[in-house]
Write a protein that binds this ligand. Structure first.
Ligand code: PHE
Length: 346
């Protein structure tokens, strides 16, 4: 058979072969057999030199056309196989099955605790106040009756930016900022982040506090006691008992430490005969620091301590969140583990 006839017969032969291929590997083998470097077309082309110069151009043209046609045939077959695969997949696919449910985010336990505390105080007429986390030494310590070298600063060792600027070690600076900008009467609550040079199982270098301040005429310790008792009962339940222990803060006089009956064991100190782990068997939990605003603080913000009086308190939000949600490890709050975070309501 002459070369040209053999050449022109190739597409027909390929078609024949393609009718029998099954699968990608088979298809590739067919391509190699017909179009590969040592395939049928290449083999015929190697005989080009046997043709007379006059015959060569026509043969060359025909070879191009054959090559193009075979490429098309292979592409068509490939597309067909893909369609078949898709159809087989869809045949086994039940589009009436329910889809994956979307994930909802949830609020962080610290955020939840912060909002709960703020909303209780808001309902008592307090306004939300704030301040920067990078504070002046004056707002954070000096105006709060803690001059440089005051030993109380040791308890609140923080991270200094320079001699006069630092990361606030408590939210009490919000008291100073508020009083410098406003005249009494005022009642504010200041939630936010604070920093200390502290890092162990029960301390993180950053944590959250909520500051409270009320200033008016004739404010007494009885107001402080009533307000904090009402607050703790609103958050931890009406049967919560509250006790006040004498304490010391440079910016309050007198100062008290406030304890509440343990939310875990109901103040009994034991559960099923075992000492309660949350309150270590005492039945009480230390929950906040507080006191009557020291006259020295009023003087440093330009208030007359003979005219006004007030109380202030500061509480740790992590502590509230842990008691409220039964968390056992403080660090869980900062590990960003979605399995943990997801357990809180939206
Ligand atoms: N700032 C104190 C602390 O961080 C808490 C406090 C606030 C105490 C207000 C009394 C009054 O320990």
């Amino acid at each position: 058979m002459d070369l040209l006839a053999q050449l022109n017969g190739l597409p027909g032969e390929l078609e024949e072969r393609l009718r029998k291929v099954a699968g990608d590997a088979d298809l590739e083998a067919a391509r190699v057999d017909f179009l590969g470097r040592k395939g049928r077309l290449a083999e015929l082309m190697s005989h080009l030199r046997d043709l007379s110069p006059a015959e060569r151009p026509a043969f060359g043209q025909a070879a191009n056309a054959v090559k193009q046609r075979m490429t098309e045939l292979l592409d068509e077959r490939k597309a067909l196989q893909e369609q078949e695969r898709e159809a087989a997949f869809l045949a086994g696919f039940d589009c009436s099955l329910p889809g994956r449910t979307l994930w909802n985010g949830s609020l962080h336990p610290i955020t939840l605790a912060m909002e709960e505390v703020c909303s209780v105080f808001r309902s008592m007429g307090y306004e939300i106040a704030g301040g920067p986390e990078v504070e002046t030494d004056f707002n954070c310590f000096e105006a709060l009756n803690m001059p440089p070298e005051h030993p109380a600063r040791d308890m609140q060792d923080t991270l200094y930016i320079n001699d006069k600027v630092l990361l606030r070690a408590h939210t009490s600076c919000v008291q100073v900022r508020t009083m410098m900008n406003r005249r009494p009467p005022l009642a504010i609550i200041g939630p936010g982040k604070v920093y200390r040079r502290d890092s162990d199982v029960t301390h993180t270098p950053m944590f959250h506090q909520i500051e409270g301040l009320l200033v008016d005429r004739h404010v007494t310790m009885a107001d402080l006691r009533g307000t904090l008792t009402a607050f703790l009962r609103a958050v931890f339940g009406g049967s919560t008992r509250v006790r006040f222990r004498p304490s010391f803060f440079p910016f309050t006089e007198p100062s008290v430490e406030v304890d509440m009956s343990c939310a875990q064991c109901g103040g009994r100190g034991h559960i099923d005969g075992q000492p309660c782990r949350v309150c270590k068997g005492s039945g009480w939990l230390e929950i906040l620091g507080s006191g009557m605003v020291d006259p020295a603080v009023f003087r440093s913000v330009g208030y007359d301590p003979d005219e006004v009086s007030g109380f202030a308190f500061g509480l740790g939000v992590e502590r509230i969140a842990m008691l409220k949600y039964g968390l056992t490890d403080l660090r869980m709050n900062f590990e960003n583990d979605i399995r943990f975070l997801h357990q809180f309501p939206v």
